[in-house]
Design a binder for this molecule. Sequence first.
Ligand code: PLP
Length: 470
Amino acid sequence: MNDEVFPAVAADAAERLAVHWRALAAAELPVVPSGPPGTTLKALPEEPPERGEDLAEILDDTWRTIVPQLVHWQHPGFLGWFPTSNSPASVLAELVTAGLGVQGMMWSSSPAATELEQRVCDWLARALALPQRFAHSCGQGGGVIQDSASSAVLVAVAAALHRASRGRWREHGTEGRHRVYCTGQTNSCVPKSVRIAGAGEAVRVPLLPGTHAMDPAALAARMDADRSAGRIPAAVVATVGTTATCAADPVPEIGTVCRERGVWLHVDAAYAGSAALCPEFREVNAGLEHADSYAVNAHKWMRTGTPCSVLWVADRTALTDAMGLTASYLDNPAGEPRTVVDFKDWQVPLGRPMRALKLWYVMRAHGLEGLRETIRHDVRLAALLAGLIEEEPGFEVVAHRLGLVVFRRDGDARTRELAERLTGDPGVLCTPATVDGRPVLRAALGSPYTDEAAVRRIWSTIRRTAAAQD
Ligand SMILES: Cc1ncc(COP(=O)(O)O)c(C=O)c1O
């Protein structure tokens, strides 16, 4: 029965989404829900239904029960964390992907899914002006769509540990000797990945004085000391666009340190990497010729819905050696040339949805020019907000890079109180954080509906809230 009603219900869902987007654009909805914890749980029956229900009714319930209790990441007042992007093209592709229901774990499990992914990863590598060796078309490297930057780091670290130990980093005798380096500014997913990969605690390298970026000399000294003590430096994770302040580790110098010591370099550019679509922001790519792997979240700043994180590697065999396992039921059909790519060997899970379709739709529907305009628009809005903050007595801009503005009030207690008072404001969501041990507020521009008027509205809310404190 559901098959028959699908076209009508899907059309209704599409219409509801279009209405929802219009309401968001007009800021008619609150950015955060007002219900206390447990609101949604209370609204949902404890028992699952025994008999099938109407899709139309389930859709109704979605708007009645779920939507009002969501944080609206596409709201013009949403400036939290880093953006999670979206667009009609991406949504349409997700629908088609789900409808086709294919599983692209191997080339033979869905040839077009694999080859489309190869092509769009190469397209994106070109669009971002990445080094040639990251392209599938060059034969040795290539890109793969992961669910998240966290998974990209985990896969890269596992490949690095595998390469450094010939797969034996957890064996008796070598266990606990391998080291992975990052900084205290690295995203939390990095130390987590290092732990999961079985290399203990990531080593935090000191920062260059007065910055939030890794000190390459300190990195070299730490690696050499570790080696002298019988440890094995296996990987460095550098960040371009840290989560707290959008700082960039000096990848060219870090790359030299890694190359001289034969250590894997992964560059995490989950947020800032998208900026390289615009030639004027290509400094984010500096030093990538040294990187063994590189990741950008298309779902952060490329109008592509989550999850969609693209990981490129310079040497695909390093990945497939670490992640590739076969079983009789995963053998490629006899006679199939081994030139094909089996993406199951480039990631942790076996199964994989066809995520490439949404990147393909998005790149085609927006064109590179459209995607560049998104970046430029958000960078302009961030500059506007930073300027408004700078002009205001008693406020300070702590960091301002690309679409991120980090700011505080004079006095930590006031900043903390401002953050608390803003929590739950229907018109604005900023994320509190700590920088150099002091509280700050982060404002990341990236909602498709944030425009100049919205930025001025957001700023007047922040000012009004601050004034009410004093
Ligand atoms: C620099 C950086 N790296 C990694 C991540 C983790 O991204 P994901 O949620 O895709 O794992 C984030 C998230 O904001 C980030 O800012």
